[in-house]
Write a protein that binds this ligand. Structure first.
Ligand code: G3P
Ligand code: MG
Length: 245
């Protein structure tokens, strides 16, 4: 089973409580706050390139109705995805996955790459992200954890991923047949909502030897409870709540 030593505190979409999510400045901020691991979301453009973005459409972060997968990379690269968060981030743009991989290497950070496909683009997105990792993941940082809510995207990604990559299935609520589903896919870790996790499921997953990591934890008492249940890492928008730079 591929296992990666993920830090207990993972900056969610970068330090997204302090800077616009899924941008270079959010990742730099996470490092500045003492985080050594980040999570971010990867989406595919119409022309098959991979960029960092969470929502299917650009409405929330760029004020446009279009879906990311209906635009080419060139249409996306100049969009301001910083102002919505705070005008002081005006002009911040979406990084390509490749730029982010270089940034991770510069900062010596580990990362969870979440595959975030637009509806109907699950297989293509999974494949595109995996091929980028196989070709460009830096050798001077730990191999990535690749996760997705979409089992289809993970299935498409897996044949293209280097063997040292860890694959995690993301669930809101962990299903009763989690183990069968994990084994059918060949995934070796579980990522789940912190708020829908039950202690029995957490302990069962831990006893079976699978890493369990939870999103999105921005309060210390919740983190303490989860770590007490054997959760290995939390994804947080505020890594500074848990780390000292
Ligand atoms: O990967 C953990 C977490 O990011 C999953 O949910 O919606 O924030 O991407 P979301
Ligand atoms: Mg995510």
């Amino acid at each position: 089973m591929t296992k990666i030593d993920v830090h207990p505190i993972v900056a969610h979409r970068g330090a997204s409580g302090h800077a616009p999510e899924n941008t270079a400045v959010a990742i730099a901020k996470a490092a500045e706050l003492g985080a050594s691991w980040v999570e971010f979301d990867c989406m595919m453009t119409r022309d098959g390139r991979v960029i960092l973005n969470h929502d299917e459409t650009l409405e929330r972060t760029a004020g446009m109705e279009e879906r990311v997968c209906d635009l080419d990379l060139a249409d996306l690269l100049h969009l301001d995805v910083g102002t919505w968060f705070d005008p002081k981030f005006a002009g911040e743009t979406m990084p390509t996955f490749r730029q982010t991989m270089r940034q991770l290497s510069d900062l010596r950070m580990g990362a969870n790459t979440e595959i975030k496909p637009c509806k109907g683009k699950e297989r293509e997105t999974g494949e595109a992200v995996a091929k980028e990792i196989a070709a460009h993941w830096p050798s001077d940082i730990p191999p990535p954890v690749v996760s997705s809510f979409s089992t289809e995207a993970l299935e498409a990604a897996m044949p293209h991923l280097p063997p040292e990559v860890e694959v995690a299935q993301l669930w809101g609520r962990i299903p009763g047949d989690w183990r069968e589903r994990l084994e059918a896919l060949g995934a070796t870790a579980v990522h789940s909502s912190a708020f829908r996790l039950e202690e029995a499921a957490a302990r069962e997953i831990g006893a079976a030897g699978f890493p369990l990591r939870c999103y999105t934890v921005n309060e210390k008492p919740l983190a303490d409870k989860l770590f007490g249940w054997g959760v290995g890492s939390i994804f947080t928008d505020f890594p500074d709540l848990f780390l000292t730079p």
